[in-house]
Each structure stands twice: as C-alpha cells, then as structure tokens.
Design a binder for this molecule. Sequence first.
Ligand code: HPA
Length: 274
Amino acid sequence: MNDYMIKMQETVDYIRGKVNDIPKIAIILGSGLGSLADDIEERITLSYKEIPNFPISTVAGHKGELIFGKVDDVPIIAMNGRFHYYEGYDLKETTYPIRIFKLLGVETLILTNAAGGINETFKKGDLMIINDQLSFFAESALRGPNMNEFGDRFIDMSTTYDKDYIEILKDIMLNLTGDYKEGVYAYMKGPTYETPAEIRALRTMGADAVGMSTVPEAVVAHHSGLKVAGITCITNMAAGVTNEKLSHEEVKETASKAEVNFKKVIHEFIKKIG
Ligand code: HPA
C-alpha cells in the first residue's frame, strides 16, 4: 500500500469506529445549502478536525463537518464544507473525501454548488441540473500515477452525471415549479471571479454556468464508479452578463433566498433514490 492509501485507510477506520451503518448516499452541501444539515435526524457529527488525515476547510461560512444520519428516513452522509483548490489545497486533498466515501461503500454522490449564470435565459436564484462539465484551464484531479484501486487510467466522461438522475431531477423540478433548467457547469480555479472576456469565451465553448468547485469532485467520483448528480444554484449572473458588480455578499444573499427551494428539491431527490 502506498502512503496515500495508508492515510485513507486510517481515515476510514476512524469513521467506521464512530459510525456503524454507513449510508450509500453522500451529499456535498454547497454555499447556501448548509442548513440542510439541520434536517438530518439521528445524526452523528464528526468535525473534520477530529478525523485523521482529513483536510480542514478555511472558507468563512463553511462549517467543516461530516454528518451521518437520515433525511426523510433515508440514510445519508452530508459534507458540510468542501475543499477548494483556491484555498491552497492540491487536487488530491480537494478530492480526498470522495475516495473516502468510495472506500466506506458509498454508491451515489450528490454535488451542490453556487455558480454564476452564463446562459442569458437564467436568472438569479434559478436551480440548474448539471448535465455535463467543462474544465480546460485546470489540471485534472486524476493527474499523477493512476490509483488502480479506484478505476482505470483513461476513463470515459460521456456520462459523468448519471442520466437517470438527470431525468429524476427534471421531474422533481417540473412538479415543484412547472419548469427546470439544465446545463453545462464550467470550472474555473478562482479565487477571482472571471473577467467578462473569460465569460464570453466560456459561453462560446458551451458553458451555462461557472463556478470554482464540483468538477474535481465529479471527476474523482466518476473514476471511482460513483453515480453522480449535480445541482447548481445560480447566485449571480456571471461577469459582464449584466452591469452589476459581483460580490461574495450577493452570492451568499441569493443562495440563502434560494435555500428553501433548493432544500425541497434535495429532499425529493433523496426520497426518490433512497
Ligand atoms: N463565478 C465563479 N464562481 C462563482 C460565481 C461566479 O460568478 N458565483 C458563485 N460562484
């Protein structure tokens, strides 16, 4: 076993020592969805700080806890606070929890995030089902010796986001609001928001939304054979789409306004797939 596998095994052993029944579904709570954590019943909370070898989140407003419990009677693991490349982690650290989930026996990963809207038919507060992703300007989370324990060296990316999950999410959103949005999530490393020129370039390349997370996690999850669902909250229109200046305050404000709706969708989704 290499050092990384030994470290991961230590993490897994610690978690197994604290939690008897490991859920099959894990969800990463993005900006604005943190309060879903309050809906988790029969919970066991592990702070990242206490879990051996787990990275620690540095972003204000991100909690840094792994919560095991039930939502609508369905067992889940929620990751409240994720690791971003822009914080200074390398991509192995950023995606560390995903491989831990896989080793724990998780089968489904739900990724949520906040992003800027590039598609001009979107508006602030919309939820977008991620149906594909773009990542030209960042290294792959799989760079380096392949971890054969998890998956092959070269992997097909034509169905990174599970097709059945996309259909289920469409139905849920149609039922809730009479409409749904879906599209391509483009990954930028941050921490700057993009320039208007970058947004025009991303639009030309086929992006509908842009954010600074999710893609490394989705790549590692897909490599490991996890089924992936992704939902984005459009917290602002991307740079240059309107005359408004971008700010983290705006992102947080819209995310918190959209939270009720976001939580409804997640509840319905978990009930459906659980
Ligand atoms: N760009 C990148 N990341 C983001 C944005 C954005 O406009 N909004 C929220 N996260």
